[in-house]
Design a protein around this ligand. Sequence first.
Ligand code: ADP
Length: 373
Amino acid sequence: MDEFASAPGLPDVPDEVVRVLSVLPSASMVVAPDGTVLRANARATGLGLVAREAVTVADIRHLIQRAADDGHARELEMRVRRPPLGRELLELRVRVAPLGSGAILVIIDDLAEERRVDVVRRDFVANVSHELKTPVGAISLLAEAVLAAADDAEQVRHFAERMQVEAARLSTLVQDVIDLSRLQGDDPLTRAEVVSVDDLVMRAVDEVRTLALRSQIEIEVGEPCGSLVYGDERQLLAALRNLLMNAVAYSASHTRVAVGTRVSDSLVEIAVKDQGIGISANDLDRVFERFYRVDPARSRVTGGTGLGLAIVKHVSQNHGGECTVWSEVGVGSTFTIRLPIYTPSQTSNESVLEVEMFSEAPRPVGTSGEAQS
Ligand code: ADP
């Protein structure tokens, strides 16, 4: 919070107002009726709206003047060139409200930022609607086919089975959309607990093993790491399961998938390595985007929603970590989730004991030795 003028004759700024200004996300300031800036928060100074105890934008100065003259609160949207260079256009919503002391409170929101968030949200809704159309359209066509083939039991069975596949696809997509919007909205750690990384790996592998066996893909698990993380177990499990399911889905039969854990400084790495089709350098940057698929046709065959890696990315980030990828076409891919290791200092003795029992020396990633990322 910048304190500017406090000369005799200028109104006092009450302490409560100063405290409110310091926590407001909007650019905000308190201005004397003559236009002198008494207090401004960092956002206001950062946007260049205040310099040398003065409001730099003429339109804002006029609005303050009018509020000072008649004592009425006002709101106005305006486009201004960002001071001092004027290269960037700001779209501002400015609210001015006279305070009892004679000073004027000014609160300014950057609408361009709000609009950017809106665009992302609208794109997502458009994408989801588009993605929903495919299975819904397929189910509707299949229903027509069932009606047309009502007398042919074999055909009816065939179409009904395909309807089941499409319905399952629809329900996976809806679940992924729900998961992703929760991850982007909720406080991710409201259901946080201490989670053992080794348990997490075992459970995720158990869930995917049947699918892997069907494709004759073997999943190898490395030595336990003994690390704990603090987080939402359900989310972490979903992230790891997504990586394993992809490793299986994008690999040929009779290949291997390896899951390894490794401690690196204060982080634990969980690496899922496959010998699958790989991802080209061009696509590598984009695979974490929502609905991005390298090969949409293949993704349809595997039943992918295009949201799996976006979920993995958000889960990792919400837990203070990250997910990275190494890949080479025709060789395979390694996806690595890094998470902060839970340190027991902030909890009871019981947890300290638990951690000591688990702790072990660090080991290399992967079961086959060479780390890829
Ligand atoms: P999908 O549901 O289509 O699998 P994801 O978000 O999980 O969506 O992955 C996005 C895209 O990244 C996939 O469509 C696929 O092209 C590529 N991909 C993900 N994992 C792998 C992998 N292990 N090997 C090769 N390509 C992968």
